[in-house]
Ligand binder design. Structure first.
Ligand code: SF4
Length: 377
């Protein structure tokens, strides 16, 4: 099973596609070490994210506690405080670290509302490499504003020995946003094809499967069904800063329990969790978040191996690209079927002085997540 621990909703970025920064938690509310110690061992990929996890003063202790519980431990960070990760990398060089980067300096800083963010994270990843880090990379949210830079960011990362993880705009409780739509779906999707071909040209099998993951992103961008059905609540789960456990980070009507009040086994075997898994089976959201898509692509029997469908696609298309042939994307994707997009303008908060205000006395999950509708097609 994969798990994401959303350690805090405090964040020092001001992204246009994620409003966590407008909805901070107070450190007192955030999931404690004692609660995290109730998690069992044996997770496959355990991602510590946020908000911005480096804003937690006890991040080192969180990692000390969680690292032995998973095959792969990952930290998703905005990269604005790389120095806080150096002691962690020195202790656990193979920990996976991804810094959010949305394109070149001007584009990334504008999308993320960060002053000098680009320079800080590029220098920061170098700092972690010098500290001994072996699994470092950038993560990019594909959107109309940066898709033309996608292949450049991939090549920039690859040349320096870094990975590039990609996702697209999503509407989700985790982002406190339900108006993340593409303006020109088809044009955006067509540009992702370039990244898929570049990844298949790589000598790293990891990149070949990322190419398939990006094929799924094209389907998401166009508003099509998921490439592989979702197994939320069974193969992956999310814990939010209030210790509430959820099947996924999109729908706020898929609760499983609360780790502060229950044991992990009680949560997984509860009636609430069973009901939630039934709802997942009929879920009409066509999300394709990296956390959930990656899990769906893996074999149910040997998690280190892919399912047959992505494996066959990768073998066929890797061979094609190696022979210098083009991939016929139109044989996989129906470009004539593109969902309409409500045109909701995304704002850059880079030049704006918007201060987040802590909302006190939010006691229930309903109060934590006031937006109820999340549509991903
Ligand atoms: S498909 Fe539905 S259940 Fe699965 S991650 Fe998306 S919103 Fe959640």
């Amino acid at each position: 099973m994969d798990l994401t621990v959303i350690s805090t909703y405090r964040c020092n970025s001001k992204c246009q596609m994620c409003y966590i920064w407008q909805n901070p938690t107070s450190p007192k509310e955030e999931i404690s070490l004692e609660t995290l110690s109730k998690l069992p061992s044996g997770f496959d990929n355990l991602n510590v994210s946020g908000g911005e996890p480096t804003l937690r003063k006890d991040l080192g202790e969180v990692i000390d506690l969680l690292y032995p519980k998973a095959r792969i431990t990952e930290i998703s960070s905005n990269g604005l405080h790389p120095e806080r990760l150096v002691p962690i990398i020195k202790k656990y060089p193979n920990i996976k670290v991804r810094f959010s980067l949305e394109g070149d300096q001007a584009t990334s800083d504008a999308i993320r509302g960060e002053k000098d963010g680009y320079a800080t994270k590029v220098a920061g990843l170098r700092m972690l490499k010098e500290a001994g880090g072996t699994d470092l990379g950038f993560a990019m949210v594909i959107q109309d504003e940066n898709v033309d830079q996608l292949v450049n960011v991939y090549e920039f990362a690859r040349k320096q020995g870094y990975e590039l993880a990609t996702s697209t705009l999503h509407n989700a409780w985790q982002f406190y946003k339900n108006d993340n739509y593409f303006y020109e779906r088809k044009a955006v999707a067509r540009q992702v094809e370039g990244l898929i071909e570049a990844m298949l040209r790589s000598s790293k099998p990891k990149n070949w499967f990322r190419a398939y993951l990006n094929l799924g992103l094209i389907e998401k961008i166009l508003g099509h069904d998921r490439l592989i059905p979702c197994s939320a609540g069974k193969d992956f789960a999310f814990i939010d800063p209030w210790s509430d456990v959820w099947a996924c980070n999109v729908r706020s009507d898929l609760p499983m329990g609360n780790l502060a009040r229950q044991s992990w086994d009680e949560i997984l075997n509860s009636d609430v969790a069973q009901k939630t898994r039934k709802k997942v089976a009929g879920c009409a959201q066509n999300c394709w978040m990296v956390t959930t898509a990656r899990t769906a692509m893996r074999s149910n029997i040997i998690p280190q191996m892919p399912k047959a469908e992505p494996l066959m696609w990768v073998l066929k298309n890797k061979m094609k690209v190696s022979m210098g042939k083009k991939i016929c994307f139109d044989s996989y994707i129906d470009y004539s079927d593109v969902r309409p997009s409500p045109l909701v303008k995304r704002e850059s908060f880079l030049a704006k002085n918007v201060k987040a205000r802590l909302v006190k006395n939010r006691l229930t999950p309903d109060e934590h997540y006031p937006l109820k509708t999340f549509v991903n097609n």
